[in-house]
Design a protein around this ligand. Structure first.
Ligand code: WTA
Length: 635
């Protein structure tokens, strides 16, 4: 498969079985869509009533100052209350909230009651360190329960968490700490990955050397290798939660619906990462409604979202939404193929997982090992599957459907973004599916595929995917940079007041949406979102590199891989050693996910007259295709 060669629109239908239909929360998508469309505020108010509010809102949506929309204005709440506190008063207290398995095979389970107590303890620890409402706390950890605990503990006391994915390295971490101005950082000594220890604390030590704002570091002991603990700055998590100050009772801060909940950095068109800001009120309503309806989660289910909590998928659909709706979630620490390629399938069998939500890159990666691995296991507990992060090619879709789901489990191909907070274009279990299409917008969501002027393009034609109406989990701003927020998302279709997604899409005759991919300078590598500018600035920070250009090239497993073109400074010669050194440099600066698959040394880069790198030309060159119209190339 290459993304270019895969002509997405097909008319192959897959319909849900009687059993799936019987189970589905929403049996008639069209009716619910129409209901929401007729009165969007009443629709969202109705969903919000499923949650607790300390004070009810006065206004559902305030559109008086677009694009700075506000939801549930005047409402008082706290997402941690809805995620935990309220369950403790019901039978859910005894239900499992989280089942966890570490890569080495160690296990943990948390009932709602236990999780609530652990969150309270850690919330009290944070308080004792002087963390207050509105303060930012950076979290940089592996996939362990304490990551979730730390996030919800922040929410509980009104602090704003900024989780940095553990695959990022020191410079990326330092930049994000600096931008958020966090004084407290929560990390772990290391994380298990493919039988090795990723030394996270070492990365933290380097990062905080570059950015002096961090005053305290809390370290969870996970892998146990010796780490540097600086007296007066670094504290062991287990020591702190054993102190009398870490009482298992902690009052939940009363938050305004529009108070910030978290910042999550994501890549955009410039090298500077964007801190996407989400708030308590709208986000809790939207994520919980979408999870219930799309994954149809019931008390009997064991739901596994295999993403990393460090990305939006984990924030919304591992941490907050599952807890709000009282689900039992499963979380696994390590690599899908460790020690053998059947690890995931064994976990599904052992824990009786009923819903598996993952990314096309993982599906393609596991597909490569052949059918024998999943076929050795009883996967009959599964009833629904999900996909997110990039377009899923029909071949992978069908493998997932037939080999993993045994033709019984509909695949929820959910299209959304860090910025949208939750699913936007997605099937519900009761709708007909076409492999490779994310189908239609969630009720209440209005999208279209339009040309530059904003006119809808005819079916089958590429256009810009836009969102035409505000929704409760929409990003509120880019942290510290409201101008960039307006410019980036709301200026292309300012007249119409539409949100620009940055994705190219097509619509078919049935109104189904087919996502083609990003049309800005964002590359999706294994579903991870990276900016070309970030990779380029990583490369030019090496003394041998004068200029660099990065592009994404289609890849069978990873969706895209990075190709980089470098112009060397005088006195440096191209060599294999230098190529390796540059890869190592990027690994160190940004992280392993940003390492180019290929680096080519060149003397010039194709540029427009205004000096913009023509990535289209580089892409064509890398793929051995005609380079097209070069008339705008520099002199
Ligand atoms: C892409 C991930 C096709 C898209 C939740 C979007 C998808 C970007 C899908 C956001 C999907 C996400 N089909 N493409 N089901 N889901 N994308 O912020 O290009 O990491 O703009 O959020 O991923 O990536 P992000």
């Amino acid at each position: 498969m290459t993304l270019e060669s895969f002509s997405p629109i097909t008319n192959e239908w897959y319909y849900p079985s009687e059993e799936v239909l019987r189970n589905a929360y929403i049996a008639d998508y069209d009716a619910v869509y129409r209901e929401a469309d007729a009165d969007i505020e009443a629709f969202w108010a109705k969903q919000a009533q499923n949650l607790d509010w300390f004070r009810t809102w006065e206004q559902v949506l305030d559109s008086s100052n677009p694009p700075f929309y506000q939801w549930f204005v005047g409402g008082k709440t706290n997402i941690a209350h809805n995620a935990l506190d309220r369950h403790i008063k019901t039978a859910r207290k005894n239900k499992l909230a989280l089942i966890w398995e570490g890569e080495p095979g160690d296990k943990q389970t948390y009932s709602y009651y236990r999780l609530w107590r652990e969150v309270n303890r850690f919330a009290n620890v944070l308080k004792s360190m002087g963390v207050k409402k509105g303060d930012r706390v950076t979290i940089y950890m592996g996939r362990i329960p304490e990551l979730l605990i730390a996030m919800v503990a922040c929410a509980k006391i009104g602090a704003v968490h900024s989780v940095i994915y553990g695959g990022f390295s020191e410079q990326a971490l330092a930049d994000r700490i600096e931008d958020a101005q966090s004084r407290v950082l929560v990390t772990c000594d290391g994380a298990w990955l493919r039988g090795n220890i990723v030394k996270l604390k070492d990365v933290v030590d380097e990062a905080v050397r570059k950015t002096p704002v961090i005053e305290s570091i809390i370290v969870v002991k996970r892998t146990g290798q010796p780490v540097n603990m600086e007296q007066g700055r670094d504290y062991w998590y287990h020591d702190l939660v054993a102190l009398p100050i870490a009482s298992p009772i902690c009052e939940t801060a009363v938050m305004d619906a529009e108070d910030p909940l978290f910042i999550l950095y994501t890549s955009g068109t410039t090298g500077k990462p964007k801190g996407i800001l989400h708030t308590h009120g709208g986000y809790q309503v939207y994520t919980s409604t979408t999870l219930s309806w799309v994954f149809d989660v019931k008390d009997e289910d064991r739901y596994w979202c295999a993403a990393d909590p460090g990305w939006i998928t984990g924030h919304s659909y591992i941490v907050y939404a599952p807890l709000i709706i009282g689900a039992t979630s499963f979380m696994y620490e390590g690599a899908p193929n460790h020690p053998y390629p059947n690890r995931w399938w064994r976990l599904i069998e052992e824990y009786g997982i009923t819903i598996l939500y993952t990314a096309p890159t993982a599906i393609r990666g596991l597909m490569r090992f052949g059918d024998a691995w999943p076929n050795r296991h009883d996967l009959s507990s599964l009833r629904l599957l999900g996909s997110v992060g990039e377009p899923i090619n029909p071949e992978a879709w069908k493998w997932f459907y037939n080999v993993i789901g045994k033709g019984r489990c509909p695949i929820m191909d959910t299209w959304w973004q860090t910025e949208t907070g939750g699913f936007m274009i997605t099937p519900l279990p009761s709708v007909g599916l076409k492999p490779g299409s994310a189908t239609r917008p969630f009720p209440g969501i209005k999208v279209d595929v339009v040309d530059e002027a904003g006119d809808p393009v005819p079916p089958g034609t590429d256009g810009n995917l836009v969102i035409q109406r505000p929704w409760p989990a929409m990003l509120r701003t880019i942290y510290g940079d409201p101008d960039r927020f307006v410019k980036q998302y709301w200026s292309a279709y300012a007249k119409q007041g539409w949100y620009l997604t940055g994705d190219t899409a097509r619509k078919d005759e049935d109104g189904y949406i087919w996502i083609i991919g990003r049309n800005d300078d964002v590359i999706k590598v294994s579903g991870y979102r990276l900016g070309t500018a970030e990779i380029e600035s990583g490369l030019v920070s090496h003394p041998a590199v004068a200029e660099a250009a990065a592009i994404g090239i289609p890849d069978e497993v990873r969706g895209s891989v990075i190709y980089a073109y470098c112009i060397l400074r005088a006195g440096h010669q191209p060599s294999e050693e230098l190529r390796d050194a540059l890869k190592e440099h990027v690994r160190h600066e940004i992280g392993p996910i940003a390492v180019p698959a290929k680096i080519e040394f060149v003397d010039v880069l194709p540029k427009t007259r205004s000096g913009k790198i023509m990535r289209r030309v580089l892409r064509a060159r890398a793929m051995g295709q005609p380079e097209g119209d070069l008339s705008t190339l520099e002199g």
